[in-house]
Ligand binder design. Structure first.
Ligand SMILES: NC(=O)C1=CN([C@@H]2O[C@H](COP(=O)(O)OP(=O)(O)OC[C@H]3O[C@@H](n4cnc5c(N)ncnc54)[C@H](OP(=O)(O)O)[C@@H]3O)[C@@H](O)[C@H]2O)C=CC1
Ligand SMILES: CC(C)(CO)C(=O)C(=O)O
Length: 324
């Protein structure tokens, strides 16, 4: 049987793990990378250490796609999506399924708002670029971080949730075999939206706090004052999700969940430590925008974000485009 052609844009933590796992299982996969990372991957391959051990995997790596693929995974930070897509328009044909493995509120999430969420798609460019019926909804439930040798390290089992963006949207049917063959547990859900809200709540409650304090997830769980702050934000996220018609239950499970995650530095803490812009637009600004639209107060979230931005000052420009 002909296997689907898969491309992954973004050779960071998540893109590298996904590319390596898919390539190891014999998938027809290529990875779009840039700069020194592209040269390194072309010369030395991808180095991954996860629960199955340490491997070097050679994956075809290119600077840009030159022909349509069946499945296009976006593994870049939220604010980089538009440029990544524009650089790779040749990879997107009328049958390409686009799977954004990106934290926060996805740009396609509120098509029923009548206008895009400004924080994630300020002028509707993403709506224009990707036909809605080609998008597969997703939630990334895996972790990755580069160690000092350039190896991507992951310490939890790899898991992805994929599902149609709407009940009529494309189903990730032909992707399921590829994902599971790659040793990634697949949660195939016809109701991806509650999972997106659930993950958003976790990221909102932990990512900015970790970037502000430098704490790992288990350190947040172990520090009563910080955990209380995370819980208050998770409760605000629950109220927000409910205002948009979705019941989620995360705050009371969070201490145990964070303790179990161990010494993981969130992707936002990794960015803060590397002096990179933070992914504030989809994870923080978008929920605040949605809260404003429904008249939901989120004082704890707003206070944290204000403190984080003040701490970062102008030396680390946020990629956020939201009007905070
Ligand atoms: N890391 C984690 O544990 C988790 C991350 N996530 C989410 O997954 C998404 C990806 O995160 P992560 O892998 O950590 O991010 P990284 O910052 O590690 O990787 C992003 C990669 O995208 C590349 N990139 C950006 N723009 C382009 C472009 N135009 N063309 C080609 N490559 C491009 C970057 O290249 P360059 O370095 O040159 O900028 C970088 O290699 C984010 O939304 C994150 O929140 C979700 C769960 C866990
Ligand atoms: C692993 C997790 C859930 C931590 O908040 C994450 O998504 C991230 O680091 O961005």
């Amino acid at each position: 049987m002909l296997r689907p052609s898969i491309a992954i844009i973004g050779a960071g933590a998540i893109g590298s793990i996904l590319a390596a796992r898919l390539a190891q299982s014999g998938a027809d996969v290529r990875l779009v990378a840039r700069g020194a990372r592209l040269a390194h991957i072309q010369q030395h391959g991808l180095h991954i250490r996860d629960l199955d051990g340490e491997v070097t995997v050679h994956v075809p790596a290119v600077a840009a796609l030159d022909a349509p693929v069946s499945v296009l995974f976006l593994c870049v930070k939220g604010p980089a999506i538009e440029a990544a897509l524009r650089d790779n328009l040749a990879g997107m044909g009328p049958d390409t399924r686009v799977v954004p493995l990106v934290n926060g509120i996805p740009w396609w999430f509120f098509d029923d708002l009548g206008h895009p969420v400004r924080a994630v798609d300020p002028d509707g460019a993403l709506f224009e670029l990707v036909p809605f019926d080609q998008i597969v909804g997703s939630v990334t439930m895996m972790t990755g971080a580069f160690d000092e040798h350039g190896t991507v390290v992951s310490t939890i089992p790899h898991k992805l949730a994929l599902g149609p963006t709407t009940l009529n949207g494309p189903r990730p049917v032909d992707l399921a075999d590829e994902i599971t063959a790659a040793g990634i547990t697949l949660d195939r859900s016809d109701h991806i939206r509650p999972l997106v809200w659930q993950k958003l709540a976790l990221n909102l409650a932990t990512n900015p706090l970790s970037a502000l304090t430098g704490m790992t997830l288990e350190q947040i769980a172990a520090d009563p004052a910080t955990m209380a702050r995370a819980t208050a934000i998770a409760i605000e996220a629950e109220t927000l999700a409910a205002a948009w018609g979705c019941t989620i239950d995360i705050a009371r499970h969070m201490p145990a969940q964070l303790a179990k995650a161990g010494a993981f530095r969130t992707s936002m803490l990794q960015d803060a430590e590397a002096g990179r812009p933070l992914e504030l637009a989809p994870i923080c600004d978008a929920p605040l925008e949605l809260a404003e639209a429904r008249g939901i107060p989120m004082p704890e979230t707003l206070a944290l974000l204000t403190e984080l931005r003040a701490t970062l000052g102008t030396s680390a420009p946020a990629l956020s485009q939201g009007a905070l």
